[in-house]
Ligand binder design. Structure first.
Ligand SMILES: C[S@@+](CC[C@H](N)C(=O)[O-])C[C@H]1O[C@@H](n2cnc3c(N)ncnc32)[C@H](O)[C@@H]1O
Length: 212
C-alpha cells in the first residue's frame, strides 16, 4: 500500500512493484516497456513538432532517447534524414516494430557515448532530459553541445518546474537556462497546447541554437 505522507512517484506507481529504480540504466526502461507502462508516450506526433519540421524541411535530425519513435517514423515517411537512438533494448524493439520498413532509423546506443552517423541540423528533445537523473544534467548539456555543430538547433519539449520524484524530473526554468546558455542561444519559446496528462501545463517548446 502507498504511503500517503510521501509524494507520488510517477515512475513507480502503487502496486506496480518495479524491480529497477535507476533511470540511468537501460534495465529501468526495459522493465517499463516490457510491461506496457509508458505514461510519457504520446502515441503520435505533437503539433509543435509538426510545425517546426515544416519550417525546417531540409534539416537532418538526431533523436536521442527516442522511446517508441513516433517522430522518427513521421520523419522517415517524409523521406527526411533521421537517426534515432535509445539505450533500452525493449524500447528499440518497440520502435523497430512500429517503424517497419524504416527500422534501421533506430539504433541501440547510449547517448553519452554515441557517435552519430552525420552532423544534424536539428537535435530533437522530448521527454529525454526529464528522463535523466538530475546528476546527469551537466553531462546532457555538454554532450548536446558536442553533437550540435555551430548554428545547429536543439529543439523540442522541455518539462519545466520542480518535481519531488521522477522520472519525469522537471527542471526549473532558470536552471535550464543556466544549463544550456553556455553552449546555446534561445531562439524560440512557446507554450504547448496538446500535452499529454503527465506533462500538461508544464511543457514549453524551446529552440536553442548552438553558439559559434
Ligand atoms: C521518458 S522516455 C521518452 C521516450 C521518447 N522520447 C518519447 O517522447 O516518448 C525516455 C527514453 O530515454 C531513453 N534513455 C534514457 N537514458 C538514455 C541514454 N543514456 N541513452 C539513450 N537513451 C536513453 C530511455 O530508454 C527511454 O526510452
Amino acid at each position: 500500500m502507498s504511503d500517503p505522507t510521501q509524494p507520488a512517484d510517477p515512475a513507480n506507481p502503487p502496486g506496480a512493484d518495479f524491480a529497477n529504480r535507476d533511470p540511468d540504466s537501460p534495465g529501468f526502461w526495459d522493465e517499463r516497456f516490457e510491461r506496457g507502462f509508458t505514461p510519457w508516450d504520446q502515441a503520435g506526433v505533437p503539433a509543435a513538432f509538426l510545425a517546426f519540421a515544416a519550417r525546417h524541411a531540409d534539416a537532418a535530425v538526431l533523436i536521442p532517447g527516442c522511446g517508441s519513435a513516433w517522430e522518427a517514423l513521421w520523419l522517415a515517411r517524409e523521406e527526411r534524414r533521421v537517426q534515432a537512438i535509445d539505450f533500452s533494448p525493449a524500447a528499440v524493439a518497440t520502435a523497430r516494430t512500429q517503424l517497419g520498413e524504416y527500422a534501421a532509423v533506430v539504433q541501440q546506443a547510449d547517448f553519452f557515448a554515441w557517435q552519430p552517423p552525420f552532423l544534424a541540423g536539428w537535435i530533437y528533445e522530448r521527454a529525454f532530459l526529464c528522463a535523466l537523473p538530475v546528476a546527469r544534467r551537466g553531462d546532457y548539456a555538454q554532450r548536446m553541445a558536442e553533437l550540435a555543430a555551430p548554428g545547429a538547433l536543439l529543439a523540442g519539449f522541455f518539462f519545466i518546474g520542480t518535481t519531488p520524484k521522477g522520472p519525469p524530473f522537471g527542471i526549473e526554468r532558470a536552471e535550464l537556462d543556466a544549463l544550456l546558455s553556455p553552449y546555446f542561444e534561445l531562439v524560440e519559446d512557446e507554450p504547448v497546447s496538446d500535452s499529454i496528462a503527465v506533462f500538461a501545463g508544464r511543457e514549453r517548446w524551446l529552440t536553442w541554437r548552438r553558439r559559434t
